[in-house]
Design a protein around this ligand. Structure first.
Ligand SMILES: [Zn+2]
Length: 432
C-alpha cells in the first residue's frame, strides 16, 4: 500500500504533513518522503490520505483477552474478593469452545481501536494461538501459572503446557506470535515454582509476564510473608528479574523497587482503567519515567476495564497522575504515545516494531481527522491524546496487511463472534 498525501507522526511524534509512506510486500515500511517514490507502482493500492493521520499502532502490554466473556460480570468488589469469589469460579467453567469466540471478539475490538499487538496472560492457549494466527494480529502469549501447594514446576502440568506452546508457537506466523513465560503473581504462587519458572525462562531466553504490587494489601502481605521483601524484591531474589519481565500494574512500588526494576531492564505495564475501576490506586508514572524505568500501557482484562480501548487508557494515564499529584504537567502527550506504542513493542522484544520509520514493520493505524473533536489543530499530538477516541481509527495494519478498515473486519466473522460469545457467557452463568 502507498499512503498518499497523509499526515504522519515520526518516531518522536512530531507531525509531518503531505507525506507519502510506502509499505512493501515484506510488510515493512520501505519509503517515507515529501513526494511520491520513484517506483509508485511497486506498492499496490494507493490510499488517499487527505484529512487522515498515519501513526504507529498501539501495543497493549497487559491483557487477558478471553476475559471478554466476563465483561460486566463482576463489579464493585475489591480485587481479592473480585478474583476469588467471582472470577475464579466463572473461569473454572470455561472451555476452549467458550474461549474461541471471546478471543475472536477481543481481537476484533483491539483491531477496531488501533491495537496491533498485545501481551496476553491466560489459559486455553492453543485456542488463543489459533485466533492470533487467523486474525493477523501480534501477540506475546503466556499461559498463566498459579500454585498454592508448593509444587515444583516439573511436577505440574504447566511444564508440559509451556514446552508444547514454545515448540508449537514461539515465532509462529512470521514471528507475530511469541510465547512468554508467566507467573500470575507472588500471592497466587509459592517459592519453589517461582524459582523454577524463572530458571526455565532464563534457560530458554524468553520473556515473562507477572502481576506485581497491584493493590496495597497484596504488597503489604508479601512483605509479611517474605521477611519484609516487597513483591519486586522477592521476585528479584527468586531470579525472576534476570529475564525480560513485563510487570503488570506496579501501583505500589517503593523507591528501591524502582531502582531494581530499572537495573534489570524490566517493563512496567500500567493499566490505569483497571487500577482505578478496582480501586487499587494510581501508580506514580511520572516518577517511574524520571527514574528511567520503561513504562508500557495495558488494558488488563475486560472484567476490570471493561474494554480493550487503548485510547481510553492513554487518556486516563495522562490525567490520573495530574489529578493525584495536583500537577498540570505530568506525562507529556509525546511520552504517552511512546508508552502506548514503541515501549510496548520493546517490552515484547520486538525491536523492529512500534515506530513509523523506514525498515520497521508496518504496524500502522490511520485516524480520521475530519471530525468536530479533532479541529482545530494547534498540536495534533494533543488532539490525539486528549480528544481522539479509539473509534476514530479507520484502518489497522499489521505486518503490512490491512486487518480492519472502515467498519470491516477483514479476518474475523464479527457477527458470529458476537453471537457465540453471548451464547457462551449465558451457558456458563446458567451452570454456576
Ligand atoms: Zn492482569
Amino acid at each position: 500500500m502507498l499512503f498518499k498525501d497523509i499526515s504522519i507522526f515520526d518516531g518522536g511524534f512530531k507531525l509531518h504533513e503531505h507525506q507519502y509512506v510506502g509499505v512493501d510486500t515484506s510488510g515493512r515500511i520501505a519509503y517515507i518522503g515529501d513526494g511520491a517514490p520513484a517506483d509508485p507502482d511497486a506498492y499496490g493500492e494507493v490510499y488517499d490520505g487527505r484529512r487522515k493521520l498515519l501513526m504507529p499502532g498501539m501495543f497493549n502490554a497487559h491483557a487477558h483477552a478471553p476475559m471478554t466473556l466476563l465483561r460486566g460480570y463482576a463489579e464493585n468488589l475489591p480485587l481479592q474478593r473480585w478474583l476469588f469469589e467471582m472470577v475464579f469460579p466463572f473461569e473454572a467453567k470455561m472451555t476452549d469452545d467458550d474461549v474461541l469466540p471471546a478471543m475472536r471478539l477481543a481481537v476484533a475490538e483491539m483491531l477496531r481501536f488501533g491495537t496491533v499487538g498485545f501481551s496476553d496472560m491466560y489459559f486455553n492457549s492453543d485456542v488463543r494461538a489459533q485466533v492470533v494466527g487467523e486474525s493477523g494480529i501480534k501477540c506475546n502469549m503466556s499461559h498463566s501459572i498459579s500454585d498454592f501447594a508448593g509444587a515444583r514446576y516439573a511436577d505440574t502440568p504447566f511444564k508440559g503446557i509451556n514446552d508444547h506452546l514454545i515448540s508449537a508457537y514461539h515465532g509462529a506466523f512470521d514471528g507475530r506470535l511469541l510465547v512468554d513465560y508467566c507467573l500470575h503473581s507472588e500471592y497466587t504462587t509459592r517459592e519453589p515454582i517461582v524459582r523454577d519458572v524463572a530458571a526455565a525462562a532464563r534457560e530458554s531466553g524468553l520473556g515473562l509476564q507477572v502481576h506485581v504490587s497491584e493493590t496495597r494489601q497484596e504488597h503489604e502481605e508479601c512483605k509479611q510473608r517474605h521477611g519484609g521483601l516487597t513483591p519486586v524484591q522477592y521476585l528479584e531474589a527468586c531470579g525472576v528479574l534476570d529475564v525480560p519481565v513485563t510487570a503488570a500494574h506496579c501501583v505500589w512500588l517503593e523507591p528501591q523497587d524502582i531502582e531494581i526494576m530499572k537495573a534489570h531492564g524490566a517493563t512496567v505495564a500500567t493499566c490505569p482503567a483497571s487500577n482505578m475501576k478496582l480501586g487499587s490506586g494510581v501508580p506514580p508514572i511520572p516518577r517511574y519515567l524520571d527514574a528511567g524505568l520503561r513504562v508500557a500501557l495495558g488494558t488488563d482484562g475486560p472484567a476490570s476495564n471493561n474494554n480493550h480501548n487503548m485510547f481510553q487508557d492513554l487518556y486516563l494515564m495522562l490525567l490520573a497522575n495530574r489529578g493525584v499529584d495536583r500537577d498540570p504537567v505530568g506525562i507529556t502527550p509525546e511520552q504517552a504515545l511512546t508508552i502506548a506504542t514503541a515501549n510496548g513493542a520493546q517490552a515484547q522484544g520486538r525491536e523492529d516494531c512500534g515506530k513509523l520509520e523506514p525498515g520497521f514493520k508496518a504496524d500502522l493505524i490511520v485516524l480520521d481527522l475530519d471530525s468536530p473533536w479533532m479541529m482545530p489543530v494547534t498540536d495534533l499530538a494533543r488532539n490525539v491524546v486528549y480528544a481522539a477516541n479509539g473509534s476514530d481509527v479507520v484502518l489497522t495494519m499489521v505486518d503490512g496487511r490491512v486487518l480492519y478498515r472502515d467498519g470491516e473486519y477483514l479476518t474475523i466473522d464479527i457477527e458470529r463472534a458476537m453471537f457465540e460469545t453471548q451464547a457462551a457467557r449465558d451457558s456458563i452463568v446458567s451452570r454456576l
